[in-house]
Design a protein around this ligand. Structure first.
Ligand code: ZN
Length: 424
């Protein structure tokens, strides 16, 4: 099993300079190789193989001696591998076309070997022994170490570890259905009771502060120190928003995963929904995609299962008691009575329960339920990954493989117009 641990680094001034040089070399080679790939494609219509641009390295090191002096050679090998991965992600529809790297954005380099943990420090080839803060002991074999510098000048090391056997974890056996929304972030039904977790609205709390700093930043003359200062201040607010969002999503997903064996969610077309101008800010801020990612990998770590139900499943309009499907249920109706069996429903609890029931039904039968002529789900995410709903006749096709180590990507959604906006 692979596990990533992120630690904060505190390099000395000399180490910062050495890191800046390594970032520079890696960036330069990335841009050089990417440019070579683009040119090769323009000339021949074919893509350049990774082995070809890897083989440029010895000659490049002769032409540019700093490439050899300032940078650990395995770091450059990693750049080639990562560029190749970026191309594969693009060709398989998971990501945008690889972009040139700029020294004004986040910087990172990857070490595939020879990084050692020494007490409170990390020993990095060509850089030295850097002070680090570990919140938990590093156990297992180090696979790769990625060192990054944020726009707010903080340094981190992300250490990928190989651990033998699964972790011992708290193992609840609930099956929970989750309806994701904007007012309440998550409405969770476990078959007996429903719990609503309100939306913390991370961005809203920082909005005024952010607007003020962005305004000041925009007024500064380009290239001045004062502009750079405000650029950092704006980046700091963004960092705070993103940290508090991640903290919330990690804690809630941890709680739900600890309680359950199976979690059922709707397959949300986040990308399509973000195109809705009125709601795009709130939808990006709420972080549904990241939340489902967190649920997915945390469940995998304990051999649990995440089930995704089809986007066209009418979770709100169906009576969870008798199965009657309403013709219409507008967003403003929060409570309703079933015309068939008379049960009184709270809109959100009913939807969460339907999601749960549909998940259980799919796990038992493995058969999708066709609704209103739309096929339901065709596959359920399994611990080995690769189970994405494929709804061919509606143009929704997700690529067959998932990115990285069990991470799923919501960006890979096909561009379809949403039939609902996920609030109901
Ligand atoms: Zn009913």
């Amino acid at each position: 099993m692979l596990k990533a641990v992120k630690v904060r680094l505190y390099p000395t001034t000399e180490q910062e300079i050495a890191l800046a040089k390594s970032f520079g070399c890696a960036r330069w080679y990335w841009n050089y190789a990417l440019n070579a790939c683009i040119q090769h494609y323009e000339e021949t219509g074919k893509s350049l193989k990774v082995s070809v641009y890897k083989a440029y390295l010895p000659q490049l090191k002769v032409e540019h001696p700093w490439l050899k002096e300032d940078c650990y050679s395995a770091v450059l090998q990693c750049v080639a591998i990562n560029l190749n991965k970026a191309y594969a992600n693009f060709f398989e529809g998971r990501a945008r076309f690889p972009r040139f790297k700029s020294k004004h954005h986040k910087q990172s380099i990857q070490y595939p070997q020879n990084v050692k943990v020494m007490g409170d420090c990390l020993e990095i080839p060509k850089i030295g022994v850097i002070k680090a803060v570990f919140h938990r002991p590093i156990e297992g074999k180090i696979k790769t170490v990625t060192i990054s510098k944020t726009p707010t000048d903080k340094y981190f090391a992300s250490i990928l570890l190989e651990i033998e056997g699964a972790e011992s974890q708290i193992s609840g056996d609930k099956i929970q259905g989750i309806d994701l929304g904007l007012k309440d972030f998550a409405i969770v039904h476990d078959g007996n009771e429903v719990i609503k977790y309100s939306n913390p609205k991370h961005l809203k709390r920082h909005e005024k502060n952010l607007a003020r700093k962005q305004k000041k930043f925009a007024r500064k003359v380009k290239g001045t120190n004062s502009r750079n200062k405000y650029k950092k201040l704006v980046a700091k607010v963004h960092e705070r928003v993103s940290n508090s969002r991640q903290d919330f999503l990690h804690k809630l997903s941890r709680k739900l995963v600890d309680e359950s064996q199976v979690i059922v969610v709707e397959n949300l077309n986040v990308k399509g929904m973000v195109r809705n101008r009125k709601l795009s800010k709130s939808i990006s801020d709420v972080g549904w995609g990241m939340f489902v990612n967190f649920l997915d990998y945390k469940l995998k770590a304990k051999d649990g299962q995440l089930a995704e139900i089809g986007r066209f499943f009418p979770s709100s309009k169906t009576c969870s008691c008798c199965g009657h499907v309403l013709d219409e249920l507008t967003l403003d109706i929060r409570e309703w009575d079933c015309p068939s069996c008379g049960t009184h429903h709270d809109r959100d609890s009913n939807a969460a329960l339907n999601i749960r029931n549909e998940g259980i039904r799919i796990l038992k039968n493995g058969e999708p339920l066709a609704v209103d002529g739309f096929p339901g789900i065709s596959k359920v995410a399994n611990p080995k990954g690769g189970g994405n709903p494929v709804i061919a006749d509606r143009g929704c096709v997700r690529p067959p493989t998932r990115k990285g180590k069990g991470q799923r990507s919501v960006r890979s959604e096909a561009r379809t117009v949403p039939d609902r906006v996920g609030v109901g």
